[in-house]
Design a protein around this ligand. Structure first.
Ligand code: TPP
Length: 554
């Protein structure tokens, strides 16, 4: 078989259902074999769109996403998407073409050192130097991408190697000497944690994306109910615990709920699972949860005690460890007083906005929740839209909130929605977008229409790069520098691509427009003219303690 044939055979054996990508000179042999390979291929309109779509597919399904691009500019266009997946620990295999082996290093046409460029933003990467290694490399790439703490893996394949012949040998097993993720926690540490929890008076569960990755939502819920501890989560942890559950405290951090931020500061034990104490969560580190002992469960040993000193570190898979912990926990703590305090905080610091008859972005998100009854997959762009989507839609299931957490990539939500819809065709998929972000990958409208990918885009159109404007308002004396952004006529633009557009300028039209959009069997842009200077509250100023929030409302 040729290298290209081997690649495709390997992808099939890995169970790949769909590849997102874009052709070019250095991947012609692969595209030639794809012609009749029977694999679903989605031709995006930009390689960045392909990477984000593969990422969205992976987040929605739990499977590994695959994207493919040519060398040089094709590969560098993937780089943002690869970094995005890396920051959020998303399993992704990115395949790139490379110039012919003997031209590497010669500044050949469309040569870019993509393994060099992506080294800091991949879990691992490969430059294939011998066609005989290809099958093993593909197998390893999928294994590395999806095991342990998942992440993106790049396979860079020179075009001459794609054409060379060799015998195809499928490696039945993968054995990488230097890579052995730990899945089971240390029994002694688990025992210690169980003991601490049993003595707790004010325990709190602080959970992140790791719960979703490990499929631990169900056992986590069991643990929370058993120890009657309130649960708060990071942006990446949204959906890991039901937002409508009575123990839920919502998201914490910079734009988290007031009650979560106050509660964690009062806790005596923090049980952190699959979360990494990001600065957006802890605020000023030296003031964070002063009275709490910290139990940290994470599959990545490098995450433990990186930002916060941990009392009981447990390395391994969240689902296994929580299961063990449940067995060890003989006696549940009495938290009735603590839950009363948490309830009091909920009453004292509710999420709120001023309803003055204009279209408030929060109201739009609430209506999206009401109309979809919480059953949609929501993707987001980045900025205020993202925070409102996190705050005002209630997520009860894992993999229903898809957002760029670590990198904060504008232009992520729309292609990610495409990928999510391909992975979950029976679900309603809605991208909650800003007027700035949507313009970063708006060309994927063509991909949606051409492939009949029915996603909805709810544009919270405030005429600004809203989140940056908010910072300029609050911290730069309203000196609005380069944040007023013009947009095309989104309705006409959608129509010109063969999609549909709806403009909403009055509050009473919000709900009917959403209902109408959902009934249309096509991609729809709904352009909501929202209050231009609405802010996201509460807000913890950067570098402040997380219970020192700007409330924003009288
Ligand atoms: C690719 C990229 N460039 C710049 C930024 C910095 N940034 C963060 S939020 C934001 C404004 C987003 O504006 P918009 O999409 O209109 O959303 P809004 O905040 O108004 O909801 C910008 C420019 C970013 N996150 N990503």
């Amino acid at each position: 078989m040729t290298g290209a044939q081997i690649l495709i055979e390997c992808l099939k054996r890995e169970g790949v259902e769909v590849i997102f990508g874009y052709p070019g000179g250095q991947v012609l042999p692969i595209f030639d074999k794809l012609y009749d390979a029977g694999l679903k291929f989605i031709l995006t309109r930009h390689e960045q769109g392909a990477a984000h779509a593969a990422d969205g597919y992976a987040r929605a399904t739990g499977k590994t996403g695959v994207c493919l691009a040519t060398s040089g500019p094709g590969a560098t266009n993937l780089a943002t998407g690869i970094a995005n997946a890396y920051m959020d620990s998303i399993p992704l295999v990115a395949i790139t073409g490379q110039v012919k082996s003997f031209l590497i290093g010669n500044d050949a046409f469309q040569e870019a050192d993509i393994t060099g460029i992506t080294r800091p933003i991949t879990k691992h990467n490969y430059l294939v130097k011998d066609v005989k290694d290809l099958a093993r490399i593909v197998r390893e790439a999928f294994y590395i991408a999806s095991s342990g703490r998942p992440g993106p893996v790049v396979i860079d394949i020179p075009s001459d190697i794609q054409m060379q012949d060799t015998e195809f040998i499928w490696p039945e097993t993968v054995d990488i000497r230097s890579y052995k993720p730990t899945y089971y926690g240390h029994p002694g540490q688990i025992k210690k944690a169980a003991k601490l929890i049993a003595q707790a008076k004010k325990p709190i569960l602080y959970i992140g994306g790791g719960i979703i990755t490990s499929g631990a939502s169900f056992v986590l819920r069991e643990l929370a109910e058993k120890i009657q501890a309130p649960v708060t989560w990071t942006l990446m942890g949204i959906g890991a615990f039901p937002a409508t559950h009575k123990l839920s405290l919502g998201m914490l951090g910079m734009h988290g709920t007031g009650y979560a931020n106050h509660a964690i500061m009062e806790a005596d034990i923090i049980i952190a699972v699959g979360a990494r104490f990001d600065d957006r969560v802890t605020g000023r580190i030296d003031t964070f949860a002063p009275g709490a002992k910290v139990i940290h469960i994470d599959i990545d040993p490098a995450s433990i005690s990186k930002n916060i000193k941990v009392d009981v570190p447990i390395v391994g898979d969240a689902r296994n460890i929580i299961g063990e912990l449940l067995e060890q926990l003989k006696k549940a703590p009495d938290t009735s007083e603590w839950l009363k305090i948490a309830e009091g905080l909920k009453r004292k610091y509710p999420l709120k906005y001023k309803d003055d008859g204009k279209i408030k972005p929060q109201y739009v998100v609430e209506q999206l929740y009401e109309v979809t009854k919480g059953n949609a997959i929501i993707t987001t762009e980045v900025g205020q839209n993202q925070m409102w989507a996190a705050q005002w839609y209630k997520y009860d299931h894992p993999r229903t909130f898809i957002s760029s957490g670590g990198l904060g990539t504008m232009g992520f939500g729309f292609p990610a929605a495409m990928g999510a819809k391909i992975g979950c065709p029976d679900k309603t998929v809605i991208d909650i977008a800003g007027d700035g972000s949507i313009q970063m990958n708006i060309q994927e409208l063509a991909t949606c229409v051409c492939n009949k990918i029915n996603v909805k885009v709810a544009i919270l159109n405030n005429g600004y790069l809203g989140m940056v404007r908010q910072w300029q308002e609050l911290f730069y004396k309203k000196r609005y520098s380069q944040v007023c952004i013009t947009s095309p006529d989104f309705v006409k633009l959608a129509e010109s691509y063969g999609a549909e557009g709806i403009r909403v300028a009055k509050k009473e039209d919000v709900r009917p427009a959403i209902e109408k959009a959902l009934a249309i069997d096509n991609t729809v842009f709904i352009d909501f003219s929202v209050e231009p200077e609405e802010n996201v509250y509460p807000m913890v100023p950067a570098g402040e303690a997380i219970n020192r929030m700007i409330e924003g409302l009288a």
